[in-house]
Design a binder for this molecule. Structure first.
Ligand code: AMP
Ligand code: MG
Length: 482
């Protein structure tokens, strides 16, 4: 069985200002850990062919398949508010793009595939832990219905990478609508390359926003990207997800979640929760995520200003108007997400108060985020509260609101079950999967991945995965994948 990947590489055709063209660096002994068969089929690639030595060789970066045009993308970015004019793919290679079975163009990228001109001091590699974490969490996000990059495969390299200690190396094959970020625009804007910003704008409109934005309409693009960020971050909030590094280089223009470094799902609800070891001031705390999205959009707008209007004041005014629209768009999305979580089909003005009323109770009671919402349909939410007095009060309000719906209770329960997962990749479970894998045992990785692949369906045998961590199991800090 020979491997055939129907590449059609539009980013590579933009020209060499946008990337450095080079192949991945081969590794010693590639071994397949996991392959996402369903996703491979979606991409019109045979999963069987990917499992052959030829396929695994491609997934490890040891051979470049016919039609690929490997390159490392250039980008800049604000990291924790500080601008870095050159970041770029320092440990990733875009192999190329394919048009999937639905007609959507998708990037195929290797991550951990060797040094590039953007590597700076880095080794261009990834260790097994972050590769498994991204595989588990990105696929879980997809199953939760949250826009995200995907994981096609993970391979061991047979090589050791040195972090604090020697660790096994791995390569992730990541699939994305594209890997274009706010930072990609910033890279050219800060260099005064308005021509390149224009070219990128047209590429992005054609690729991601053809339905909504006319070619050349930079302000329209800003509006559309703002809408997708509002939609995305509202969904993160609804899942109790903390991205952890919302730097502009990790803010993808198509509106998918990208770069699963120190991300985590909340167990006990705390709106100020932060997990990332490097986020010392809580910049990217759970409740700050909408504001940080606005901050990133303002950087995007700044890069687009020369295209919005030749008069800078007018450009700033127009862009500001669009960015200000985020608040309203986000609120509408957030209300939609949480209404469904409460089993409400209709919208009422008082719903925002009802939602924050529950979240406030949960914060006071340190209730488990996932189990409280899931428990609303099952009648087990009360058990999440040490002192359920104020929760009981809230339930009376919620019951009255529910009774005002022209929908049966069974329908409301069904709606809640579709929007409140039983399974999320809890941090301590992800850690367990990684710890076991380091012993050569991928059992927990597959078990956790399997449960999270159908998060809204409770299945016997997975009860333990719904449990919050015991105090000694809790993982309070997460680390970047570097
Ligand atoms: P990230 O933390 O993944 O968002 O990466 C931030 C920047 O550091 C990007 O430019 C990466 O390409 C680069 N980088 C991260 N890890 C490595 C590594 N091991 N080798 C080279 N570059 C890296
Ligand atoms: Mg990144």
């Amino acid at each position: 069985m020979t491997l055939s990947v129907p590449f059609d590489n539009s980013y590579a055709r933009l020209g060499e200002t946008f990337f450095a063209r080079l192949a991945p660096t081969p590794v010693k002994a590639p071994k397949l850990i996991a392959l996402n068969d369903a996703l491979a089929r979606e991409l019109r690639i045979s999963p069987d062919a990917l499992c052959t030595p030829e396929g695994i060789s491609m997934l490890a970066g040891n051979s470049v398949p016919e039609g690929a045009d490997p390159l490392a993308q250039a980008y800049a970015g604000h990291q924790f508010g500080n601008f870095v004019p050159q970041l770029g793919d320092g440990r990733a290679h875009l192999l190329g793009e394919v048009v999937d079975t639905t007609g959507t163009r998708r990037d195929i990228q290797l991550k951990g595939s060797g040094r590039t001109p953007f590597s700076r001091m880095g080794d261009g590699r990834a260790w097994l832990g972050p590769v498994l974490r991204e595989y588990i969490v990105s696929e879980a996000m997809h199953a939760l219905g949250i826009p995200t990059t995907r994981a096609l495969a993970a391979v061991e390299t047979g090589e050791t990478v040195t972090r604090e200690t020697p660790l096994p190396g791995a390569v992730l094959t990541r699939i994305a609508a594209s890997h274009i970020r706010v930072g990609t625009f910033q890279y050219f804007a800060v260099r005064g390359r308005t021509d390149a910003v224009r070219k990128l704008t047209d590429h992005v409109i054609g690729r991601h926003y053809r339905q909504d934005v006319q070619a050349g309409d930079a302000l329209g693009l800003l509006r559309a990207v703002t809408g997708r960020q509002a939609r995305l971050v509202a969904r993160w909030m609804g899942a109790g997800f903390i991205h952890g590094v919302m730097n502009t280089d990790n803010c993808q223009i198509a509106g998918e979640t990208i770069d699963y470094g120190p991300c985590a799902f909340i167990d006990a609800y705390d709106p100020a929760a932060v997990f990332s070891s490097i986020d010392l001031h809580g910049r990217y705390a759970y409740q700050n995520q909408p504001d940080m999205a606005v901050w990133n959009l303002a950087q995007f707008a700044t890069s687009l200003l020369p295209l919005i209007d030749t008069d800078q004041d007018r450009a700033v005014e127009a862009a500001t108007g669009v960015i200000n629209g985020f608040t309203r768009a986000f609120r509408d999305e957030w209300l939609g997400v949480f209404r469904a979580k409460l089993g409400l089909h209709r919208a009422e003005d008082a719903d925002a108060g009802l939602i924050t009323g529950l979240l406030d109770c949960m914060a006071r009671g340190q209730a488990d985020f996932t189990n409280t919402f899931r428990g609303l349909a099952e009648g087990t939410a009360r058990a999440q509260f040490a002192e359920p007095g104020d929760f009981d009060q809230w339930v009376r309000e919620w019951a009255a609101r529910g009774a005002s719906e022209q929908v049966s209770e069974a329908d409301r329960i069904a709606l809640m079950r579709r929007h409140n997962p039983a399974y999320i990749p809890r941090n301590h479970q992800v850690e367990r999967a990684i710890t076991q894998a380091l012993q050569g045992d991928y059992g927990w990785f597959f078990r956790l991945s399997e449960a999270c692949s159908a998060p809204f369906t409770e299945r016997p045998g997975y009860e333990d995965l719904t449990c919050p961590p015991k105090p000694e199991e809790a993982v309070r800090q997460t680390f970047c994948g570097t």
